[in-house]
Design a protein around this ligand. Structure first.
Ligand code: PMP
Length: 407
């Protein structure tokens, strides 16, 4: 068992103590967004009650304090991902914006007619649509790595897709729909052999795995704060310095410039070149508290606890007649997606909700994956550090009751 005191952790999440529909809340929709500890909520309050100010060029005390607090978090994110330097960390609204930033800046400069971009069958829409938009604009070609029915990438097929025309490979670290942990380190090595850059969609990876961008040797790593116990509306993009330096800016405006004249503008240095306008100061500061929370518990400990919950839930759900787990990869994290023969996923979700159990149903923003699997959608339970074995029991009994009613 993990060494964490889960009850003590739960006390830091006031939202978990409530009842819904007269039943104790069991929150198992963590892959969509995690709940926030008090330290994160209090950081927002503290910022707005005691040092709210615009940052970077203020001439006064509050501005200096806000700037320092904001920039400290950049250091924290750099440490969280083991980046070489905080210049390589760009604050974004989340994973979606991180990927769009790369598509519109790296893409604008380095992708041309006939060039190829590779993604996989299990990508989230946010790692499909920006590349489709770019390919359409540039007459580039989008290629898709096939997967097995278990939800694992076919590495030999991936190798076949790589060519001297491959400019970028963009693959999800952990699938939000199936929980598959992809062998991205190996995939990055293969991309290198044809000189392609590699972006990792870390929306799920950043919370469930220790991340070391230097060891991975990825060129970009994008994640969202709100899945790592931080507020919505904030995330970060890691990019290798030498590549970020070559990329044109994303948005134009204040903060991202060195000097502006009507004839010509020169751009600010990294990372400010990519952060036009007043940033999301409060949520950056709160993100820092969320990373402290994760750090104090230890990512390995969090992962151990989540793996135990996943194994326990998997074992129990397999005993229920008619249930089929979607995503049975060897390496899996924290996501239990399933379908039930003859029963619609949204009916399952609704009946779980009436019993206080919060899950997600539907295509999970992975419609092409669902199409490949021949499914309209699944029911998905996903675990975070504050979930308990008792909650898994409640979920399983609630599911049994729901299925009895629906059959
Ligand atoms: N990729 C994956 C794998 C995700 O799970 C998500 C969020 N569901 C995203 C990308 C997009 O993240 P966001 O909506 O926070 O930008």
């Amino acid at each position: 068992a993990s060494s964490l005191d889960i009850q003590a952790i739960r006390e830091q999440f006031p939202i978990l103590g409530q009842s819904v529909h007269g039943k104790k809340l069991v929150y198992l929709d963590n892959a969509a967004t995690s709940q926030k500890p008090l330290s994160v909520i209090n950081a927002l309050r503290e910022y707005y009650t005691s040092y709210n100010a615009n940052i970077h060029r203020g001439a006064h005390y509050l501005a200096a304090k806000a700037t320092e607090m904001y920039e400290q978090v950049r250091e924290k994110v750099a440490k969280f991902l083991n980046a070489r330097s905080s210049e390589e960390i760009i604050f974004t609204r989340g994973t979606t914006e991180g990927i769009n930033l790369v598509a519109s800046t790296f893409g604008r400069k380095f992708i041309g007619e006939g060039d190829e971009i590779i993604i996989s069958t299990m990508e989230h829409h946010s790692n499909i649509v920006p590349w489709q938009m770019l390919c359409e604009e540039k007459k580039a070609v989008l290629k898709v790595i096939p997967i097995t029915e278990n939800g694992e990438i076919l590495l030999n097929e991936y190798e076949k897709l790589l060519s001297p025309r491959t400019k970028l490979v963009s693959v999800v670290h952990i699938s939000n729909a199936m929980g598959t942990i992809n062998p991205i380190r190996e995939m990055i090595r293969k991309a290198r052999s044809v000189g392609a850059k590699f972006l990792v969609d870390g929306a799920q990876g950043a919370v469930h795995l220790p991340i070391d961008v230097q060891d991975l040797d990825c060129d970009f790593y994008a994640f969202s704060g709100h899945k790592v116990y931080a507020p919505t509306g904030i995330g970060a993009l890691y990019g290798k310095k030498e590549i970020l330096e070559q990329m044109p800016p994303y948005h134009g405006g204040g903060e991202m410039i060195k000097e502006v004249t009507f004839e010509k503008t020169t751009y600010n240095e990294l990372p400010f070149k990519f952060e036009a306008g007043t940033p999301n100061i409060a949520d950056v500061i709160a993100l820092g508290k969320a990373l402290d929370f994760v750090d104090e518990l230890g990512k390995e400990n969090i992962a151990t606890h989540e793996q135990e919950l996943l194994s326990y839930a998997t074992e129990k759900i397999q005993k229920i007649e008619g249930v089929k787990i979607i995503g049975t990869a060897l390496h899996k994290a924290s996501v239990l997606s399933f379908v039930v023969e003859g029963i619609h996923h949204s009916d399952v979700g609704t009946l779980l909700d009436t019993q206080g159990v919060a899950v997600r149903t539907g295509h999970h923003c992975t419609q092409p994956l669902m199409k490949y699997l021949g499914l309209e959608g699944t029911t998905r339970a996903s675990f975070a550090v504050y979930n308990t074995f008792d909650e898994v029991d409640v979920f399983i009994s609630a599911l049994e009751r729901a299925l009895k009613m629906l059959k």
